[in-house]
Ligand binder design. Structure first.
Ligand SMILES: Cc1ncc(COP(=O)(O)O)c(C=O)c1O
Length: 365
């Protein structure tokens, strides 16, 4: 394991790119990530050039997303041809759910985040799919030869718990089931290791741990799974050639996952690019592992098992009240599922987690 202090020199330069509220330990990237300075500047520039009408919208706000597509593909070792640009997780999951054949059998873990679970339940209510909710630890055992799809978060929203990926993927492989993974709380810290070649759909909203503006999200659709997804969201940006189809038929769509793109929320993408560029560099420099090390250290201070992710949660009697007490002590965290959730990122320091541990003790947690 990388010690939290090993790369402090690099991290201290990186921390200078962030401006959390003075006096606050911001341990809440799981709610929304903070923008690094280049991202803040890019969004501000986009808004200023929107105000005075001077922007070249194609180059500055729209085509910029094509570079984001490539960077996200690199991040997960996919290819740009397998990445769709989506505004939310629920939109991407909804597209997969809307494409399920009638009577499809779907497994989701119990207490799964609703942007994954609800679209499947909509398919159940309106399209005759069968959705089974199974405790996360039993998902792999629940997969059967008639299972069509297993949909789950790689890192759980409420707890930071990492799903038993090896077991689920092996069960899906053995039974011929497709897999849909929500990696919103996993990337860039926790990956799918060697499994990407067998993951059918991997979706990630960028506004948390990827430090993008909300509205910039990605969906890997494996080449072999692309024929199963119906491009219901096709619009002016989906035509081929890009920017070349504005009116009338015939329907010409890319023969890649770009066919599943949704038309873009421009300013989000202007901000997403610098964040993804920075993350690519930080990943190469190895400065992301210390965030998991910090969460592991914090778990130790609190006498809890580490999750293996950058998130840890503490069950408390009244999560909202405890989170408010922590906020009053200058520690920003969240209340989720009856727990206080704390999430580490590159701007966090040892002092931040010590302060959180002390504030939790003071709050009686
Ligand atoms: C696991 C998970 N996925 C996705 C999201 C965001 O959902 P959406 O992109 O549908 O707004 C969240 C937000 O908290 C989440 O916890």
């Amino acid at each position: 394991m990388v010690a939290a202090t090993d790369v402090a020199t690099d991290l201290s330069a990186i921390r200078d790119l962030f401006s959390p509220e003075p006096g606050t330990a911001y341990l809440d990237a799981a709610t929304y990530g903070l923008p690094p300075k280049p991202t803040f500047d890019a969004v501000q520039r986009a808004i200023l050039r929107w105000r005075d009408g001077s922007a070249d919208w194609v180059e500055e706000w729209d085509r910029v997303a094509e570079r984001c597509r490539v960077l996200f593909a690199d991040l997960i070792d996919s290819t740009p041809e397998e990445i769709a640009l989506v505004p939310t997780v629920s939109a991407g999951v909804g597209l997969v759910a809307a494409s399920l054949p009638a009577g499809a059998n779907v497994i989701v873990p119990a207490d799964e985040f609703t942007s994954v679970a609800f679209p499947m339940m909509v398919a159940e209510q309106w399209r005759g799919a069968n959705v089974r909710e199974v405790p996360l630890a039993q998902v792999a055992d629940a997969v059967r030869p008639d299972t069509d799809l297993v949909a789950f978060s790689l890192v759980r929203s409420q707890s930071g718990e990492v799903a038993p990926l090896d077991d689920i993927m092996a069960a899906a492989r053995a039974n011929g089931a497709r897999t849909l993974i929500d990696a919103t709380h996993a990337l860039p810290f926790v990956g799918v290791d060697g499994w990407l070649g067998e993951v059918d759909y991997l979706i990630c909203h960028g506004y948390k741990h990827l430090l993008c503006p909300r509205g910039a999200g990605f969906m890997h659709v494996a080449r072999r799974a692309q024929a199963d997804v119906i491009p219901w969201f096709a619009g002016w940006r989906s035509g081929t050639p890009l920017y070349g189809r504005t009116y009338g038929g015939p329907l010409t769509l890319p023969e890649t996952a770009a066919a599943f793109d949704l038309s873009l929320a421009w300013h989000s993408w202007a901000g997403a690019l610098p964040s993804l560029e920075l993350l690519a560099g930080w990943r190469r420099a190895g400065v992301l592992a210390p965030s998991i090390a910090l969460a592991t250290d914090l778990a130790g201070m609190l006498g809890r098992q580490p999750t293996g992710s950058q998130i840890i949660s503490v069950p408390v009697a009244d999560a909202e009240r405890t989170a408010s007490a922590l906020a009053a002590a200058g520690v920003r965290c969240a209340a989720r599922g009856g727990q206080v959730r704390l999430s580490c990122h590159v701007w966090n320091t040892r002092e931040d987690i010590e302060r959180a541990a002390a504030a939790l003790a003071d709050a009686g947690a």
